[in-house]
Write a protein that binds this ligand. Sequence first.
Ligand code: KIV
Ligand code: NA
Length: 275
Amino acid sequence: SKAITRTSVPSLRARKGGEPIVCLTAYTAPMARLLDPHVDLLLVGDSLGMVIYGFDSTLPVTLDLMIAHGGAVVRGSSTACVVVDLPFGSYQESPQTAYRNAARVMAETGAQAVKLEGGLEMAETVAFLTSRGVPVMGHVGLLPQSVNALGGYKAVGRDTASAERIRADACAIAEAGAFSLVIEGTMEPLARQITQDVAIPTIGIGGSPACDGQVLVSDDLLGLFGEFKPKFVKRYANLAETVGQAVATYADEVRSRRFPGPEHCFGVKAPAETG
Ligand code: KIV
Ligand code: NA
């Protein structure tokens, strides 16, 4: 019998200031299977609304969609800690609503934690969830679910007032009981300062090399998604090009009747070698 245990929330929490925590997004079982051996944490991000559903923001993503993808990622992985994003509208109204929806995510997917966006205004909710058995990952800095309030996806914390606000947000979420904290699209010195100031691991995306871990959208690092590459993305592969070449060859071979060959057909003997 194989008793594979997943990376736990407390073990990640304990890595503050230690070996960097490796995180990537995953939305599907096959991708989760490929990433699982290499990462500490798989994040089922609501970025899936933009990356695989073609919406122009994360706002249309529903709880049911997150649960469907969260379950797929849990089934496809065996060792990574799986964290599922709470989508827009599922947690902002009250701690009670957040709990009801987070409990569905936990019970119906098998994930170990949820993530939610926000600072001071979400601290009460983070405390409500964490004290009732739902580990929470925080998310401060650039908040994609607030794109309409922000007016776009621009890095934040440029002036002293906003930097101080974001720092206070980070401290409030950490003190409310979050086990780790994503810092997105934030001026590097501020992300570095927050990492020093909070007792929990920070996970950067457009944050700082000083963060306790890093996360990227897998489709971005694989070059699968997007004509537009944000500054914080490093492309480690160009799978869009690989897919294009493979599909062009397939199309060619169908049009020229080179595919399928006899070896791909049932009840057809391959012709004997000649010559
Ligand atoms: O939805 C997402 O993919 C995220 C990460 C980029 C942090 O929230
Ligand atoms: Na997200």
